[in-house]
Design a protein around this ligand. Sequence first.
Ligand code: ANZ
Ligand code: ZN
Length: 865
Amino acid sequence: MESRYNPAEIEEKWQQVWAEQGIDDTPEEQNKPKFYALSMFPYPSGSLHMGHVRNYTITDVIARVRRMQGYRVLHPMGWDAFGLPAENAAIDRGVHPAKWTYQNIAQMRAELKRLGLSYDWKREVATCSPDYYRWTQWIFLEFLKAGLAYQKEAAVNWDPVDQTVLANEQVDSEGRSWRSGAKVERRLLRQWFLKITDYAEQLLTDLEKLDGWPDRVKLMQENWIGKSTGAEVYFQTEMGDALTVFTTRPDTLWGATFMVLSPEHPLVETLTTAEQADQIKAYQAEAADKSEIDRTAEEREKTGVWTGSYAINPVNDQKIPIWIADYVLMGYGTGAIMAVPAHDQRDFEFAKTFNLPIQVVVQPADQPLDSETMTAAYPGDGAMVNSGPLNGVTAGKGANQSVDVAINWLEANGKGKRMVNYRLRDWLISRQRYWGVPIPVIHCPSCGIVPVPEVELPVRLPEEVDLSGRGASPLAKLESWTNVPCPSCGTPATRETDTMDTFIDSSWYFLRFTDATNEQQVFNSAKANDLMPVDQYVGGIEHAILHLLYSRFFTKFLRDRGLLSIDEPFQRLLTQGMVQGLTYMNPNKGGKDKWIPSNLVDPANPIDPQTGEPLERLYATMSKSKGNGVAPEDVLTKYGADTARMFILFKAPPEKDLEWDDADVEGQFRFLNRVWRLVMEFAERQPSSGTAPSPASVNNSLTNAEKDLRYAIHYAIQQITEDVEEGYQFNTAVSELMKLSNALTDAKCKDSPIYAEGIETLLRLMAPFAPHITEELWHSLARPGSIHQQAWSTYDPAALVVDEISLVIQVNGKTRGTIPVSAQASKAELEAYARESELAQRYIADKAIKKVIVVPGKLVNFVVA
Ligand code: ANZ
Ligand code: ZN
């Protein structure tokens, strides 16, 4: 045998051939069913990491299997290319974001190609390219036309030293600027929003349609949308101003003993009395500097200030004080609450802190509550008390229970109404940054907001900008760009200088892939409707909330604009696990220092090279700070793409975390070498006409060895097909490939056409996993065409029928039990099976066998001394 398995020689060769032949282009034939396989496209950070490799390999196997099964597969790739790191690189190193980004794309594209991923590269998109963001701008204008894009004031992070707005990622955990170190302030600026809240209910109810999504992701979406049902209740201040609250417990209204407004509530100024003014102002300023997460943290001590005013409880005309406190947020409900300390824990803590009255309105059956002695709010079941018309009603949310009765009473008396509230807020999309899509509007002193006319799109990002990172947004400083005549009246006007959140770019890229080169339209609706939805989406759990929610929102919006006929973009979703690397930790150290890079540690004696302390050995997600990463490049160079792919697929099921293990990588490399030798050995001696027999030509004339091999072949087809179709159990599929390869190695019928069938089947089943070696071996067999254009094997159920009999085992004429054996077994085989069986061994192991009597089809009797 002359040839040796050398991935370096064959992988690049086949990648070129496939590209030239365009075998991964999306076919046009409409008679085939379509399949859209998509990996979440990457941010072009510089080079691929193992998480990418795993993600894309999983999707690639799915795409390749579907192609072989006769689907028209769309499997595209692109770049989520706008965003902050490019801008930071520009500030740090003076390289233009565009240059940095496109260099990274080139490098990562080359790495993807080395992996042998079957992408339709003709559809590649980069969100930072004008022919893509032109349509992002166009979609924005559609939102504007529909009244779903609007401006309002919102808080931003302001760096007072650099005089610039910061992204959340540029503010450290202590609230300081990443660059100047200055304490970040919150400032109100006019910001653009998309009205996703209009779709809250649909985004929630349509989760039901997503059978192919992990329950955990659907639950995360549900919680994010956060639907609450309850009522609005109309309070009035003592002065007669309307003060409406949202409550999920309108039944507890008789227990409301004070009210709390958010410090930002518009009525605060009117309500504040002269004596309280200074305290209120100081408290408002403090609250403005806190993040929402801080404000609503549960373990925090309650703070607040009385306004000096009162409200009237509409159900009993009681006068109750109005306070402000930061745990009430302006962005939820009405920004004002009725406080029921007896039954709401936050209100209870607040009442205790400020010595406010507590009134019990729900009494549990067993242990009656006493407002004087209770130590926590009681949110549970019971009967309504001290509640006028509600007295005696069972507390609860069911029909005819207290909440329902209360709402009906409020509605009948004009004091409130049934109300649904969502935690979901409108999406703040404007960023005061350079490297993003310019929002295509012009501000005119006389016409107001004027959309840039469609024919003038794209509004290009100017290249010559000051990227020092200081002062207002780089675009705002560029007067030659901002000063334009109003498209509507011609008077001097200014461009919007905010750019869009990059989540906008990724909210529709899967649609652009269906018609990626269209210069006239965002996409052709017929094409999008034909190829959408994505049949299998694969990506990280970190995108379980926002990216998926925004993509679902865009899809529904574009459907409502008449561009799509689907409701949901992603039919099935797979969230792959993390790739973990071996790392060492010093439990006595804190922070980043506790991770000791594995190259500094002797595995036989893991001690801290600095301190000599013993280290803990563990697997953790690969990261730079832990120094436990494995570079895809290195693995590709050492073993080739096929080994890397096989290892990743074999080591763990896709949703589970995967522990990188060099020994297992080596193991897969050896397996590919065995397959290479197995097939090459056959290729050299195969009869020139040696094609596999069709199932029809197979009959009972097969020898037992042939039958056994044929069983192994068809069993592998059945198992692997199941594994790749249901639940994507690629790890067990690879085990089955190994078993089939072993069965071929051990086969006693290497000249039989069944053996040829076995070799071919092994290659076909393995092709989606290890595309290069299988292509090379396919050609070494002189088979026509590419292996990747062969049909996926289907199994012959007849081959899987094993006729078995129960063979009776006797020792000295005494029956000891039965073992299952093939009905076709010969006399000699029966004796061998019986001798080797565990059952017989138990009785004859250490005895001398004097005689063996075999009755074919019935029994084996051992006569022992
Ligand atoms: C009275 C009451 C009594 C409440 C009771 C609860 C229990 P979810 O489920 O999250 O929707 N609330 C309303 N608006 C608020 C805001 N802007 N900031 C902070 N809290 C707010 O919670 C709704 C409940 O949270 C509302 O019902 C209100 O307190 C409070 F035994 O009203 B409740
Ligand atoms: Zn104008």
